[in-house]
Design a protein around this ligand. Structure first.
Ligand code: SAM
Length: 329
């Protein structure tokens, strides 16, 4: 039997009708904004690339508009992780409508505690250096959640855990326009920040297109960017995620100041001047450059220099300049 090139769902009530029928008022406290324009949801799914016969995990499907666009592309399996149980009936309608063609798993719960092995256990683990596994993560999440989630996912990716145990699983996610710009910002860009460097260390990032705020119901204050993140075969750094994050946090805390100012906070006061000088010397970088002007390669040199210094002074690894000082009696 040859499979159809795309799935034609049986006639279904529109998402707009279902929202009315089940009285699915968007909840402000969950920052819910729904996309009802099929051309836009199709475009988001197209940005994810070829998903036919693949495993797709959609985070925050809500009433299911993006879900419908995913189903049309005939994945092998669709896993829906939605925190708000009010959406269960509308998602079950889609589950039933597509049951002859594919499995749709519905998980009511928080994506941050989702166990990927549950939904992906049938996927063959791909070698990291070969083609990416047939898995895609897609989602239009609340902005507050998507930024926390991307940091947690990059951490998992750097350790080849969760969805990245299976290989270089790509992500297609929406972010507030400014956050999308930050994720892809190169050195020198006004939006360059910690998030830019952290994302670019581990992923090839692309800001695919903009969705105007007016396409959402209710309309959010801001426009939205659709970003794809594809894990690098060879991450730009091989240092631990937490170490990289700590260096960037200290440096970007003083974004407009000379870089050595923020970097000096990585070291205890008594050795601060000496070690920060050494860090920039080893990295062969002008210590007066501003953090947002530093390229990814230069950051890698700084990370490496910090690692070399920490090998000589392991006590700096646990040093936190913001920790309350112990009183000396
Ligand atoms: N994807 C739908 C759309 O585009 O119309 C809904 C988007 S709405 C901005 C975000 C959805 O994510 C909501 O349905 C919300 O309940 C869900 N959500 C929020 N936090 C979540 C979490 N931590 N885990 C899973 N779903 C979450």
């Amino acid at each position: 039997m040859t499979l159809p090139s795309s799935l034609r769902l049986p006639p279904l009530p529109t998402v707009k009708d279902l929202i009315k029928l089940y009285r699915l008022r968007a909840l402000k406290q969950l920052s819910q904004n729904f996309l009802l324009d099929e051309r836009i949801t199709d475009k988001i799914v197209r940005a994810a690339g070829n998903i036919r016969n693949h495993y797709v995990l959609e985070v925050g499907p809500g009433p299911g508009s993006i879900t419908r666009s995913i189903l049309k592309k005939l994945p092998n399996k669709l896993i829906l992780v939605e925190k708000d149980p009010r959406f269960l009936p509308t998602l079950q309608i889609l589950q039933e409508a597509s049951q002859d063609h594919l499995n749709v798993d519905i998980e009511i719960g928080d994506i941050r505690s989702y166990n990927f092995d549950k939904g992906l256990k049938d996927v063959k683990v791909s070698n990291w250096f070969e083609a990416p596994p047939p898995i895609h993560l897609i989602g239009n999440l609340p902005f507050s959640v998507s930024t926390i989630l991307i940091i947690e996912w990059l951490h998992a990716l750097s350790e080849k855990r969760a969805a990245w145990k299976y290989g270089r699983t790509p992500m297609t996610l929406t972010f507030q326009k400014e956050v999308a710009e930050r994720i892809v910002a190169p050195a020198g860009h006004k939006q360059r920040c910690r998030l830019s460097v952290i994302c670019q260390m581990w992923c090839d990032v692309e800001n695919q297109f903009l969705i105007p705020g007016k396409a959402f119901i209710p309309k959010p204050e801001v426009d939205v960017g659709v970003v794809t993140l594809k894990p690098w075969k060879y991450p730009r750094t091989d240092l631990p995620f937490k170490m990289v994050e700590k260096i960037l946090r200290n440096m970007f805390n003083m974004r407009q100041k000379y870089s050595f100012k923020g970097a000096s906070r990585l070291f205890p006061e008594e050795v601060r001047d000496e070690l920060v000088m050494r860090m920039f010397y080893l990295a062969e970088l002008d210590r007066e450059i501003r953090p947002f002007q530093i390229t990814n390669d230069e950051f890698c040199r700084l990370f490496h220099a910090y690692k070399v210094i920490s090998d000589d002074h392991p006590e700096i690894l646990t040093y936190d300049s913001r920790a309350p000082k112990k009183s000396v009696n």
